[in-house]
Design a protein. Structure first.
Length: 248
């Protein structure tokens, strides 16, 4: 049932254009500024604002803090705008594509325990609303960083690289490889054949994730975007494999 969708891809333009938000194109425009332009543009997105003040006691508190850092207060804090997911769940660690999923999950569960709305059911309306917002943010951050595709998209957004839903593969050979594997899945009649397709797709998926890691390490954002688009295709097939049933 997915063939029309994949067939239609052959009629699309396979040229991929990467667009970026460029504020300053030449340092000559700002001769007196000592900080490099690249740092001015990227740093506000890659790192959360250092501190805020607790709404209840006024103690300086990190913007990523779920509760006030004052041990005598410990009030739930409001969600701050543009909180970086890496700062929230991987505090003190380098912001890289390769994340420690186990450590991140431990941090996530710890913070969710502090922010769970049920713990504030008898508190003020303000505190209960703050807890709901914090809990929602934690779920979104964890869901984004634990998934390689969502993580890659998020990291590109942090670098101001535009990613559109209409972006498609620009390598004809790779596109044909994707379509052929999709057709193999359409022709599957039993679990054994399904497992063969799954093994092939899993290998392609893992290879693309590995290449994504290398692209981000080398700061090759154009290539990282291309690989993220590739990963979208393997992820689509992966989900179709999960949903497969003999009645299809």
């Amino acid at each position: 049932m997915f063939r029309p969708l994949f067939r239609s891809l052959t009629n699309r333009s396979l040229k991929l254009t990467v667009q970026r938000n460029v504020i300053v194109t030449s340092r000559q425009l700002l001769p007196r500024i000592q900080m490099p332009v690249q740092e001015v543009l990227v740093q506000p997105r890659w790192y959360s604002t250092p501190q805020q003040q607790c709404w209840h006691c006024g103690t300086p508190t990190k913007t990523t803090s779920v509760i006030c850092e004052n041990p005598e207060c410990h009030s739930i804090q409001p969600v701050q705008p543009q909180v970086n997911y890496f700062d929230l769940l991987l505090e003190g660690k380098e912001h890289t594509f390769d994340v420690d999923i186990k450590a991140m999950r431990f941090k996530f569960l710890s913070l969710q325990q502090k922010a769970h709305p049920d713990s504030y059911s008898q508190s003020s309306k303000k505190e209960h609303e703050y807890a709901q917002l914090q809990s929602s943010l934690l779920n979104k951050a964890y869901g984004t960083l634990k998934d390689p595709l969502a993580r890659a998209r998020y990291m590109l957004e942090l670098e101001n690289v535009e990613v559109s839903e209409s972006d498609s593969l620009h390598e004809p050979e790779l596109l044909m490889e994707v379509m052929e594997l999709r057709e193999e899945l359409d022709e599957v009649t039993n679990e054994e054949e399904l497992d063969q397709v799954k093994q092939t797709n899993d290998a392609k998926y893992e290879e693309t994730v590995k290449n994504l890691s290398e692209a981000f390490k080398s700061k090759n954002l154009d290539h990282a975007k291309e690989l993220m688009i590739q990963l979208q295709y393997w992820e689509t097939i992966r989900r179709a494999i999960i949903e497969w049933s003999p009645s299809q």
